[in-house]
Ligand binder design. Structure first.
Ligand SMILES: NC(=O)c1ccc[n+]([C@@H]2O[C@H](COP(=O)([O-])OP(=O)(O)OC[C@H]3O[C@@H](n4cnc5c(N)ncnc54)[C@H](OP(=O)(O)O)[C@@H]3O)[C@@H](O)[C@H]2O)c1
Length: 280
């Protein structure tokens, strides 16, 4: 087989975002393809204009895609068919081409549920933040019939959660409660050293809680450091990133992930990264 015809048989996958160069998805998915001996490649594509998402996906002959910030809502609007929990979230992070149609899914919320499974039984949960990630987590938790509360620094974006039947607060009107789990789904701590709310309030919350989860991964944020210092069981967002990827990979390959595949993908996620998205 010539190189050109071999190239033609490779299934192409991509992650769209702006920015996207930092994404660890290529190394995670390529590790999965390598483990299963699937002739496929997963790359990054920096997309400035979300309106061009569907066209770019189709004209480049991608078989599947992940979509990251800031294009998840636009990806939802452009899909031919939205499947499952994504219908309630209003944003998607996964595209698959089937019979020339784009099917769209959201694996962030279910990825989160898998990531906190190791915490055991959780009843009352407080989400801090009200962005796209909070939406996915809130819908997934509501589907699990959990009691969900939400705290955001501003009133912006709260309507979605009120419509879900969630008790929502801003910093000005927050009511303390016994939460089992406190989640940081804000970007506070990502590029700065900020807490997602007043530190004293966080200390009060952590005194009553058993678990803390930070959606941010790859660093110990002030939120995570405080939770660990106060002896909570706490984890960062790496497992959430892994499991949203595993769930997308299952959709891409129409397979059920085994523990060994998940381990291979985890290794890929944490391995060194090359610009073209191939494992070293
Ligand atoms: N682990 C994973 O797989 C995964 C997946 C997706 C995202 N994430 C992480 O999750 C975080 C949120 O992402 P997103 O897409 O939901 O972001 P987003 O839509 O931009 O929402 C950000 C939220 O954070 C709040 N916020 C921002 N800066 C804050 C500060 N200094 N103090 C308090 N609140 C602040 C905003 O409040 P206002 O409404 O008042 O502006 C908003 O509610 C990011 O750090 C991202 O890296 C992780």
């Amino acid at each position: 087989m010539t190189t050109r015809s071999k190239m033609k048989n490779i299934k192409k996958f991509v992650i769209f975002g702006n920015p996207v160069e930092h994404s660890k998805s290529p190394q995670m998915h390529n590790a999965g393809f390598k483990y299963l001996n699937i002739d496929a490649n997963y790359e990054t594509k920096h997309l400035l204009n979300g309106n061009e998402l569907k066209d770019t996906f189709l004209t480049n002959d991608f078989y599947g895609a992940n979509i990251t910030v800031p294009h998840k809502e636009e990806a939802y609007r452009q899909a031919d068919e939205v499947v499952g929990i994504a219908k309630h979230i209003g944003a998607v992070n996964t595209y698959i081409k089937k019979n020339d149609k784009i099917l769209a899914y959201n694996t962030d919320g279910l990825g989160f549920l898998k990531a906190v499974k190791s915490f055991g039984k959780l009843n009352k949960i407080l989400i801090i933040g009200a962005g796209g990630t909070a939406r996915a987590i809130a819908v997934a938790l509501k589907q699990e019939k959990k009691e969900v509360f939400l705290l955001n620094r501003s009133q912006n974006k709260l309507e979605f959660f009120i419509n879900l039947g969630i008790n929502t607060y801003t910093w000005d009107n927050f009511k303390m409660n016994n939460f089992d789990l406190v989640i940081n789904s804000t970007s506070a701590g990502l590029k700065d050293d900020l807490y997602p709310c007043d530190k004293k309030l966080l200390e009060k919350l952590f005194k009553k809680a058993s678990f803390a989860f930070d959606c941010i991964y790859g660093k110990q944020t002030p939120f995570l450091r405080l939770a660990l210092a106060m002896n909570l069981k706490a984890k960062d967002g790496e497992d959430m990133l892994l499991y949203q990827g595993v769930l997308a990979f299952e959709l891409f390959t129409d397979t059920k992930a085994t523990d060994k595949l998940i381990e291979a993908m985890r290794k890929g996620l944490t391995s060194s990264y090359t610009k073209r998205g191939k494992l070293k």
